[in-house]
Design a protein around this ligand. Structure first.
Ligand SMILES: NC(=O)c1ccc[n+]([C@@H]2O[C@H](COP(=O)([O-])OP(=O)(O)OC[C@H]3O[C@@H](n4cnc5c(N)ncnc54)[C@H](O)[C@@H]3O)[C@@H](O)[C@H]2O)c1
Ligand SMILES: [Zn+2]
Length: 368
């Protein structure tokens, strides 16, 4: 295995490693042993059917078997619809059938959907069993860190969940090579988001050398671990999202609204990219952000094949979607995370409707 990196995340439950390296899939069993999981105990690999077909779950299962664990694999249909209470119940039954007890382990081998679902199941099955994340999408550098797990209700996304930090995040960058181009781009939106929030050096690298597909292992390790490090730094300071963690929502206030109005036709990262672009206009109008920096941010998004022009949606619909956003402040005005510079963001709690309207129109005009 060539060189990787390990970040340690300090959490209230103790610290956990985020290991980023090529070839990790085959070392998962060994890593579990090192974390204190006893040979002979049960482990369930949760994955989705597409990831399963690529053979990743099987490799993780074989590695766990070789390390002495009793392994089962459960594959759910791909897509956000699998993040449901019904699917969680199905997995509880699979765990029972397999005889997995409190000393057992749940492993999420997949993207954010599998990570959120498997983590929720791990947090609640027998009041909590060992949980490890084996992310397989670029976006999952974001979702696998920080301990937020959960499922959707038909009426609201991510409404039922827990804070349940994993025992480890084992990120094999080689699996990213099979990601479809659109999934790669969508993940890059979150990488760029993290660079804007807290890593100007990474941002400059992306501006000079856009990463349009999965790069060779060494660069992939660098990219993922630098972006992950920004998230780690923030969640360490605010595990339970009482304040600072909100900065991770850069681009997501407008992004979620746009995603919703698109009826989820837009990929999450595409919506976030549009969100960052619109929100940057608000920041410029407030005098928070230099126009030059706004253009730099927009260019990096564009050069990664991401959209920055809002689609031709009725603005009223977008504003209505914004109204239902959980970040909508009670006291007159929306709460937005706005860039102040590349590598620096701040929270505004008093963003007015007309500011959002003007930013939306400006972003539309710029793309016309
Ligand atoms: N918990 C958190 O903090 C957090 C943060 C951000 C997002 N999320 C959640 O993450 C989810 C989105 O995650 P996602 O974008 O990873 O989506 P996803 O898990 O649906 O994966 C995207 C698609 O890529 C496929 N895929 C996965 N790995 C692959 C690979 N290596 N090669 C080829 N195809 C592969 C999957 O089968 C799926 O079809 C959403 O449900 C979102 O709410 C959670
Ligand atoms: Zn996101």
């Amino acid at each position: 295995m060539s060189a990787g990196t390990v970040l340690n995340v300090r959490a209230s439950s103790g610290s956990y490693p985020v290991e980023v390296a090529p070839g990790l899939l085959d070392a998962v069993g060994e890593r579990l042993r090192a974390l204190g999981a006893e040979p002979g105990t049960g482990a369930m690999v949760v994955t989705d059917e597409s990831v399963d077909r690529l053979g990743y779950a099987r490799r993780v299962a074989e590695s766990c078997q070789a390390a002495g664990f009793a392994v089962t694999v459960a594959a759910v249909p791909p897509g956000d619809a699998s993040k449901s209470l019904a699917m969680a119940e199905l997995l509880y039954n699979r765990l029972l059938d397999a005889g997995v007890r409190r000393n057992g382990t749940v492993l999420a081998v997949g993207g954010g959907v599998v990570g959120d679902l498997a983590g929720f199941v791990a947090a609640t099955y027998q009041r909590g069993v060992r949980f490890a994340q084996v992310p397989t999408t670029l976006l999952a550098h974001d979702s696998s860190i920080g301990g937020k797990v959960g499922v959707n209700l038909p009426r609201a996304k991510n409404l039922v969940g827990a804070f349940y930090p994993p025992a480890a995040v084992l990120y094999d960058v080689e699996v990213l090579r099979s990601l479809p181009a659109r999934e790669w781009r969508s993940g890059m939106a979150e990488v760029i988001k993290h660079a804007v929030i807290g890593d100007p050096e990474l941002f400059a690298e992306l501006a000079d050398h856009p990463v349009l597909e999965c790069p060779p292992p060494e660069r992939a390790v660098h990219l993922v671990s630098r972006a992950a490090a920004v998230k780690v730094k923030v969640v360490e300071q605010d595990e339970r999202e009482s304040g600072l963690r909100m900065v991770l929502n850069l681009g997501h206030t407008v992004g979620h609204a746009v995603e919703q109005v698109s009826r989820y036709e837009l990929a999450h990262g595409e919506a976030v990219s549009i969100g960052i672009a619109v929100e940057a206009f608000i920041a410029v109008a407030r005098g928070w952000l230099d126009e030059r920096d706004r253009l730099r941010i927009k260019d990096v998004l564009t050069r990664h094949g991401l959209p920055t022009t809002p689609p031709d949606y009725p603005l009223a619909e977008v504003l209505e979607a914004l109204g239902y956003d959980k970040k909508h402040g009670a006291g007159g005005g929306w709460t937005f995370v706005l860039p102040r510079a590349v590598g620096d963001v701040a929270v505004a709690r008093d963003v007015r409707r007309d500011e959002v309207e003007a930013a939306w129109e400006n972003a539309r005009k710029e793309g016309a």
